[in-house]
Design a protein around this ligand. Structure first.
Ligand code: GAP
Length: 597
């Protein structure tokens, strides 16, 4: 396991990420990805796009990050997107009240679920102290703090707007148009990768809890009565689950199972959620998460977001703690219904029946000249109640009289005055509000997990070596190319040519001719470059076909292969079509260890 301080130091020194605005004293909760980190992050995003947009046949959009207040009134974020805030009266520091409880009381894993009042009581009962200055927080008010960043749209006082706290809303509000692109056919999925903003009370642990971060989200729109996921594609995928029942039990354990079994035994209630857990498991494995330090944990009921019916988190183990790296929520029809209600637009799709159906509709046409004299001021309400009764209880109109209850009063109406009739109508379909299943990934937390899980130390040539065992697909650089020494024109020329031809083949290359070769290997090891090509004198000697060495990062083993084969072999290695082991069998390992040259 990586020492967190060493990892943060490496991230800064080697240009993965560092606190932003350092020249101005830094701004808590904002991080800049340096050259290596930006490249790693973009590669993670590309791998996500490949799986969740391209392979699953979904559409990707890019919506604005600022949205008007009405959107968040409808979504519920304005009212309910709060964290528990407690401020220290002594030094003014702000803290997440629920986190203070979790850190101080081992037996409480999810203090948010306890509610604001109980959290305040626990702070008092245990006389918790301010982590910044040590003063007692007992008796300090615990308050809801809305996490959205507010802004104003337009000059002057403008219209209130907010930085989106999740990319999802940019998809939901465009549903009336997006469904047209999908030709009104369910199921369909829309993805988006982009920034989200949350004014976190206490940002911490590097890029794990920040105020601006990148999400990769998929909104899967389904007909809940008809659409089923292609579960057979993932039914054999093995997963580690931590369901609510096990979290609640004293001796709770992980459930090692398959997606298929978890659905059959109803451990995962929604087949759609289960399907995406299976896809996600495979994707995390592909990008290099250590699957022995990975699990899916079901949300406890008090923990679920305001919109979610069921929710599972993908969690990775970092420095001995589990952190949420993605959430998988069954959002039901919550979002589309709310946006329909608040906007007045149509957030439904037309579901055509296989065959047109004839439906009987019961109607009334009350005779007001009879109701008026009989019921006076209540006549209009009686007429309305008759309409409602015809819809819900048409049999009532088979008697001579219908009795209605309005605000505790009984009204009896002669049936013939109601003019009750049953009309037949032929309908070809109905407007339904789709349900939403949402896999939502945090890109920064995935990046951090890859760095943490890939961070390795070993002994090489009597020295401690640090390397990042990143999957070639996401490593910031695919290949480093070195001339063994920098003062030999022939070596430089061949090395530059190789670098050029690799770049033309779409391989990302770092060319380096400075310092000892051992040092250059170490630099590349530390940023996770999977392969190094070295042009040396031995490979260019005599009339034989020129050769170079190819070194694999994790094993530090080297083979010698013809210059003419370098590009093709690296392409197959990077695509995972061949292994280094296979190449080593074909070309043989190089005995001389250039690492120490
Ligand atoms: N649309 C659903 C949604 O936003 P979420 O669980 O609040 O769900 C999804 O966020 C993911 O975004 C999380 O699993 C996490 O990886 C990432 N995330 C959330 N808040 C974050 C923060 N303050 N800093 C970094 N990543 C964050």
């Amino acid at each position: 396991m990586a020492d967190q301080n060493e990892l943060m130091e490496l991230a800064k020194r080697r240009g993965f990420f560092f606190g932003s605005n350092g020249a101005y004293g830094g701004t808590a909760g904002f991080y800049t990805f340096g050259p290596e980190g930006a490249s790693l992050k973009h590669n993670v995003e590309a791998a996500w796009r490949d799986q969740f947009t391209i392979r699953l046949g979904n559409d990707e959009i890019e919506a604005p990050t600022i949205m008007p207040e009405a959107v968040f009134e409808a979504s519920g974020h304005l009212d309910g997107f709060d964290d528990m805030l407690v401020e220290c009266a002594e030094c003014g520091a702000s803290h997440r009240a629920d986190h203070l409880i979790e850190e101080a009381l081992e037996e409480i894993e999810d203090a948010e679920a306890l509610g604001i009042e109980r959290v305040g009581e626990l702070i008092e009962e245990h006389d918790l102290a301010c982590p910044a200055c040590g003063a007692s927080l007992a008796g300090e008010p615990v308050e809801d703090f809305n996490l959205m960043f507010e802004t104003s749209i337009g000059p002057g006082s403008g219209d209130p707007g907010y930085m989106r706290p999740e990319t999802a809303q940019g998809i939901f509000v465009e549903f009336p148009r997006l469904k047209e692109y999908a030709r009104g056919q369910l199921p369909f999925g829309v993805t988006q990768i982009g920034p989200a903003y949350r004014n976190e009370i206490s940002p911490r642990r590097g890029i794990i809890r920040v105020r601006e971060f990148t999400q990769a989200e998929l909104e899967q729109f389904i007909d809940p009565e008809e659409d089923e996921p292609p579960l057979e594609e993932v039914e054999d995928v093995e997963v580690t689950l931590y369901p609510v029942t096990e979290q609640d039990a004293d001796d709770g354990e992980y459930l090692e199972t398959t997606i298929g079994e978890a659905v059959e035994t109803a451990v995962i209630g929604s087949p759609w959620v289960a399907y995406y857990l299976g896809i996600a498991q495979q994707w995390y494995e592909r990008v290099g998460v250590d699957m022995d330090r990975f699990r899916f944990r079901q949300h406890l009921s008090g923990e679920r977001a305001h919109y979610a019916d069921d929710c599972w988190d993908a969690e990775s183990e970092i420095g001995g703690n589990w952190i949420e790296i993605a959430g998988f929520a069954y959002r039901g029809c919550y979002d589309l219904t709310k946006h329909a209600e608040y906007s007045g637009d149509r957030f439904t799709v037309f579901k055509r029946y296989d065959e047109p159906v004839t439906v009987e509709t019961a109607t009334v046409d009350p005779d007001m000249s009879a109701l008026g004299p009989k019921f006076g001021g209540a006549a209009a309400e009686v007429a309305e109640a008759l309409q409602e009764r015809a819809k819900t209880d048409p049999e009532a109109f088979e008697s001579d009289e219908v009795t209605l209850e309005i605000d505790g009063e009984s009204y009896t109406v002669e049936t013939e005055v109601a003019n009750f009739a049953v009309e037949e109508q032929t309908e070809s379909g109905e407007h339904i509000t789709p349900h939403v299943v949402e896999p939502s990934f945090g890109v920064g937390r995935t990046v951090y997990t890859l760095l943490e899980h890939g961070y390795t130390e070993d002994e090489l040539d009597d020295e401690t070596r640090t390397y990042l065992s990143l999957a070639p697909e996401v490593a910031p650089t695919n290949v480093a190319v070195f001339p063994l020494v920098s003062n030999d024109d022939e070596l430089l020329e061949v090395a530059t040519d190789i670098a050029g031809s690799l770049r033309s083949a779409g391989i990302s290359v770092s060319y380096d001719d400075s310092g000892s070769i051992g040092r250059r290997y170490r630099r590349q090891d530390e940023v996770g470059t999977p392969f190094c090509v070295t042009v040396d004198h031995e490979g260019l000697e005599g009339d034989a076909e020129p050769t170079v060495t190819l070194r694999e990062r994790d094993s530090a083993r080297q083979i010698r292969l013809p210059v003419a084969a370098v590009s093709e072999q690296l392409e197959t290695l990077l695509a995972g079509e061949r292994t280094f082991e296979e190449l080593s069998e074909q070309y043989g390992d190089v005995e001389t260890d250039l690492t120490t040259a």
